[in-house]
Design a protein around this ligand. Structure first.
Ligand SMILES: Nc1ncnc2c1ncn2[C@@H]1O[C@H](COP(=O)(O)OP(=O)(O)OP(=O)(O)O)[C@@H](O)[C@H]1O
Ligand SMILES: Nc1ncnc2c1ncn2[C@@H]1O[C@H](COP(=O)(O)OP(=O)(O)OP(=O)(O)O)[C@@H](O)[C@H]1O
Ligand SMILES: [Mg+2]
Ligand SMILES: [Mg+2]
Lengths: 467, 467
């Protein structure tokens, strides 16, 4: 036990950067784009701003780049900059609201990778409002990996005329690629799910791509979705009880759980015989189990539809038409349901046939699967993802598709949730929770039935034409 | 930024227990077995003891169990018990020595799952030597999830006549299963790679399985394997320089890197013109990059073969014969090489044909893949593992196997390393580092060639007999 020690989160991830998704040169750079873009989208949307990002990737040498990423969000106050970029497990996304970020790791991981491959500090310029005025600060800093905090090397006030964050990072041992795993393809897929965003991307050759807005509508802001009684666990109730400021257990229930009215609380009190007026801290585990067991037997309304914001059937179809130019497209959005812990989620699924649908492998068109979570493209770890598992479990023959290896189709699946159960901190695949698998299948079979109708009609037309 | 906060590691994993591998009832219980068994094996081997474990799984109700796990290792000193079981990222396996554990998460995850599903405390009895005498302590404790530390509820001295750790945990929402993903199969596979261990397992029906030792030889203890110059990065050198107690950079090099002699250090000084007598902290990033670049051009001996301890060709074949009763078996162990960062690893591969080899799916025998890392069976996440990727990339037709979906073969692959690059904290799949993929292919093709010879000879014999 002389060797026994405790690591900080940053020390752990420095040893295991593949767990942040930084494995391989192409994938590492794509993951950096992913982390910075998702942060900028979250920040702008929260502030009610249509997101606009300017990205400039300069190539200094083979596998050696400078990345400059600027957004138009509300910026980051000076006192939070090193916490945001140099502290792992630090963020503002730990609440029950749908957002792309949820771990407090993303941009700190980018700073860590930059520092590990080049030894250079990061430079952030942040414009943010203080009492209606725009304050501007520029900071140069490094991560103290041993302590999971930042080391400020330079700091100065600079005049800025708009809010937003601009970060400049150097990278080595990464590679920009136009392949399916590369940064360009990542941006393209991001635009399908985020038509209200604009990204201007200048690639290493100097070519400027403008991914323009297809919609001037800011999507409605997701609202807090409290845990649903159906699925919440005894541990959740005890954990809430420990950290609540409510004086009575019953008021904790009504304020912390969705669909929990005073009437229902009285019902529970009646059924279990437990006094719910007592203080939260006095609730025992066995009682919490009884309460959760009673929840399971009661009828609660489904989770509210307003909190989660899916892309929407219309926009999924529009996005697929735009990039795939197919002869057929159909999408559907399911109602909210919950998985383990009472966490609400919505699955939406779209299918397109013909045109650019599917992927050409050799001389054969295979089904292309586009996975998204909270509007973010999932590019890697396809093999272990619940979405893939759900899609592969469908009997495609019943819908006129011989099999997924032989079909000019693209299947688009997006899961939105207040907490997506990712399989690893790289956030590229979703855990196969039974409820999620069920919803992926149901949503996809619904649009597959529409495809089947279309294919039958097409076949009938053809046979008609041949007579 | 009012919502901005920092989570402790335990808070993070409480929200994301699927990242510890606890996803699904069967898998969750199997992962608990995995974490406790690997800890007991590591502890006994480090102390030069043949590992012996007694496991008792009592079923109290549907999906409700009490697990008692006792080992014969050196025990845990009283002052370390809560650190071991209640603090995430705390352990003794962060050095450059091959061991099953490497993250400091495993058994803390088990305590967390127990607490989250039952609210019950954990109870540990530990017998450990102090000045030649055996001291015994029994502790009952819970994890303070907010602070990532333990809360001792009870502690007493008890007389014990041997060293070792006994832990008792309650679990709900888990399920014991005889299926491939269940705890029984996990134990069985563990025995293939650890013939020197003995496990007595009493299952919920009361049936006692004795997995007895097949060998009385304690495997040689792995030795520290320093990072190899080929692959070590500039960041590694700067990180070492920051935390070394050596006064000169040159002595830091010779003591922290393998195959680094004074002669080689002088060569490097000559080639780069950098004064290697200076203090480690005075080394600049650009100079570290130059040094690493020079390493790449020099010829270093391969990493030492003594530090890593593979299972060994003989034992792999013996193990496969024992459980598969095949008509043919062949295994091979590759020499140590390094992947990114100069981390040494060894791949060993075995292939068996006929008998119980392969897996019956419907009426067809498919190839069965048994993956191991540092002698630990990898049961889950097969789809995303480098071992699977390496095996699938082989052109099996060349070796007389039509394809992996159609072959009565079992392929056994084990990777040993001082740091296995797992893809997630669940430690069930390995990152596809190019060097690892290469070695998996080379090792497997070598034994596949032997299989091909056998199949040809068998075919020739058959044709001969038909004349
Ligand atoms: N461009 C930005 N503008 C405003 N705030 C930002 C920006 N980027 C990051 N932040 C803030 O910093 C926090 C930490 O970001 P980080 O990417 O590390 O974690 P996250 O986005 O919360 O979760 P994840 O690890 O899943 O990405 C965010 O929660 C947000 O509050
Ligand atoms: N049965 C045991 N006997 C002796 N020491 C133990 C035992 N179990 C755990 N330990 C000690 O506690 C530490 C923490 O164990 P834990 O399982 O949390 O992490 P680990 O084994 O180091 O890494 P991993 O998360 O990869 O399993 C170990 O490194 C070891 O020092
Ligand atoms: Mg983020
Ligand atoms: Mg362990």
């Amino acid at each position: 036990f002389e060797e026994f020690k405790e690591l900080t989160a940053s020390e752990f991830f420095r040893r295991n950067k593949q767990m942040l998704g930084f494995s391989g040169k192409i994938r590492s750079l794509t993951m950096v784009f992913h982390e910075l873009i998702t942060n900028s989208f979250d920040a702008a949307e929260e502030a009610g701003i249509l997101p606009e990002i300017k990205i400039d990737l300069k190539r200094l040498d083979k596998d050696h780049y400078i990345l400059r990423h600027r957004d138009n969000g509300p910026g980051i106050p000076e006192d939070f900059i090193t916490k945001v970029f140099c502290t792992m497990f630090a963020g503002s996304k730990f609440r029950n609201i749908q957002s792309r970020g949820q771990q407090g790791l993303g941009c700190s991981g980018c700073v860590l990778l930059s520092q590990m491959t080049t030894g250079k500090p990061a430079r952030v310029t942040s414009g943010y409002k203080v009492n209606g005025e725009i304050k501007g600060v520029q900071m140069t800093f490094k991560m103290d990996v041993k302590k999971n905090q930042g080391l400020i090397l330079d700091k100065k006030e600079i005049p800025l005329d708009s809010t937003g964050v601009c970060i400049e990072l150097h990278f080595k041992d990464v590679s920009y690629s136009l392949s399916e795993q590369g940064a360009y393809e990542y941006i393209r897929r991001t635009m399908i799910a985020n038509p209200h965003a604009k990204i201007t991307f200048r690639d290493p050759t100097g070519h400027v791509y403008i991914f323009d807005r297809a919609s001037e509508e800011i999507p409605p802001l997701p609202k807090e979705v409290l845990p649903h009684p159906r699925g919440v666990t005894a541990d959740d109730l005890i954990f809430m009880a420990k950290h609540t400021d409510k004086r009575r257990f019953r008021s904790m229930l009504t304020s912390n759980l969705s669909r929990m009215s005073t009437k229902r609380v009285n019902e529970i009190e009646e059924i279990t015989g437990i006094d719910l007026n007592k203080r939260p801290k006095d609730m025992k585990w066995e009682e919490a189990e009884q309460i959760v067991e009673t929840f399971r037997k009661m009828d609660f309304m489904a989770p509210p539809t307003s909190g989660l914001i899916p892309i929407g059937q219309e926009q999924v179809e529009k996005g697929m038409i735009e990039i795939l130019d197919p002869e057929f497209v159909a999408a559907t959005t399911r109602k909210p349901v919950t998985y383990r812990g009472g966490v609400a989620f919505v699955i939406e699924s779209g299918i397109s046939y013909g045109g650019e649908s599917g992927r050409l492998i050799g001389d054969q068109k295979k089904a292309e699967i586009m996975r998204f979570a909270n509007r973010v493209p999932l590019t890697f770890d396809q093999g272990s993802c619940a979405i893939t598992e759900g899609l592969k479990s469908i009997d495609w023959k019943r819908y006129g598709i011989r099999d997924l290896d032989n079909a000019p189709i693209t299947v688009f699946v997006n899961i939105v949730s207040t907490n997506v159960p990712y399989l690893s901190t790289g956030k590229q695949s979703v855990a196969p929770e039974p409820e999620i698998l069920h919803e992926v299948r149901q949503a996809t079979m619904k649009v597959a039935r529409k495809l089947q109708k279309y294919l039958r009609a097409k076949k009938a037309e053809k046979e008609e034409a041949m007579r």
